[in-house]
Write a new protein. Structure first.
Length: 298
């Protein structure tokens, strides 16, 4: 069966050369029930954060994502240093007055340069849309590589999930085969109990009572519907592993697993038969293994 799953764990790096400059994007992710993106990027790109978050959300539905962006601007896009000369003259005037009053030396240039507001780094005038187009390419390249990395791990997880699904079907087939034994086993237990009572009381009990009790038990212990529903859930399980267009297979599998668990519990409680107890416990163990694995699936 072809598998089309993506792991929530992945890593990628992409670099893009543009007229504006060089952009490097790194993506890492680990398991998380929801989409949680942490972004680190130069302040010159701060105006693009909302667009970047929307792009990440459109491509990664679940996981804790760490997105780091570095950029080296081309000369025409490099920030420039501006000096506030009127403010410098004002500082010099006041400092000269202070120097004369204290009899101090000349005012050091380093002191002036470090005074508040004297020097300011000003970003180059770059259109936000042009800046986004340059960044978007690097981010999409990183996301493409990220998807490939998660798909490789998802395929490995999928193989394990397919095998666990096969084990569930084998146990379900055993339950289906043995469901007829449940009523016959109960009839035999009741017959033995009636024989014991007749021996104790030295009297014969109504033979019709046995069949009435068996019929009532058979109605309560009928697990045919649960077997059919669990089989349908396993069909859905296989479809999700193969990829049926679900945006988040992991979330859908998690919900489906709850439904499968309910059917197994109902089968065990309704049958109340020791011949199925072991098989039921095995099915619960398999479902727990599936649960552990799907926590890694987007």
């Amino acid at each position: 069966m072809p598998i089309n799953l993506r792991s929530m764990t992945g890593f990628s790096r992409a670099r893009s050369e543009t007229p504006i400059g060089q952009f490097t994007v790194e993506l890492r992710s680990v398991n998380n029930r929801f989409h949680d993106a942490s972004i680190s990027m130069p302040r010159e790109l701060a105006a693009l954060e909302m667009k970047l978050r929307a792009l990440l959300k459109s491509r990664i539905s679940r996981g804790k994502i760490d997105c780091r962006i570095r950029c080296t601007f081309a000369d025409k896009a490099q920030p420039v240093v501006q000096v506030n000369l009127p403010l410098v003259h004002s500082y010099v005037e006041k400092l000269q007055q202070l120097r004369h009053a204290l009899g101090a030396d000349e005012v050091p240039l380093e002191l002036l340069a470090n005074m508040p507001g004297v020097m300011e780094v000003v970003p180059a005038e770059v259109d936000d849309e042009a800046l986004w187009q340059a960044l978007e390419k690097a981010v999409n390249d990183a996301l493409d590589a990220f998807d490939l990395d998660r798909a490789r791990e998802g395929a490995a997880l999928g193989e394990q999930l397919v095998d666990l699904g096969r084990q569930m079907r084998e146990r379900l087939a055993l339950v289906d085969e043995r469901k007829g034994e449940i009523v016959s086993n109960q009839r035999e237990r009741l017959r033995q109990r009636i024989a014991e009572l007749e021996d104790e009381t030295k009297s014969k009990l109504d033979p019709g009572r046995l069949e009435m009790e068996v019929a009532m038990f058979a109605d309560r212990a009928d697990i045919s519907e649960e077997i059919v529903r669990l089989g349908a859930h396993l069909d859905r399980y296989d479809a999700l592993l193969a990829g049926s267009g679900e945006e988040s297979a992991g979330r859908a599998l998690d919900f489906l697993l709850q439904e499968m668990g309910r059917e197994v519990n109902t089968i065990m409680s309704k049958s109340r038969d020791t011949s199925l107890t072991g098989t039921g416990l095995e099915m619960k163990s398999i479902l727990e293994k599936i649960r552990e694995q799907i926590q890694n699936i987007q």
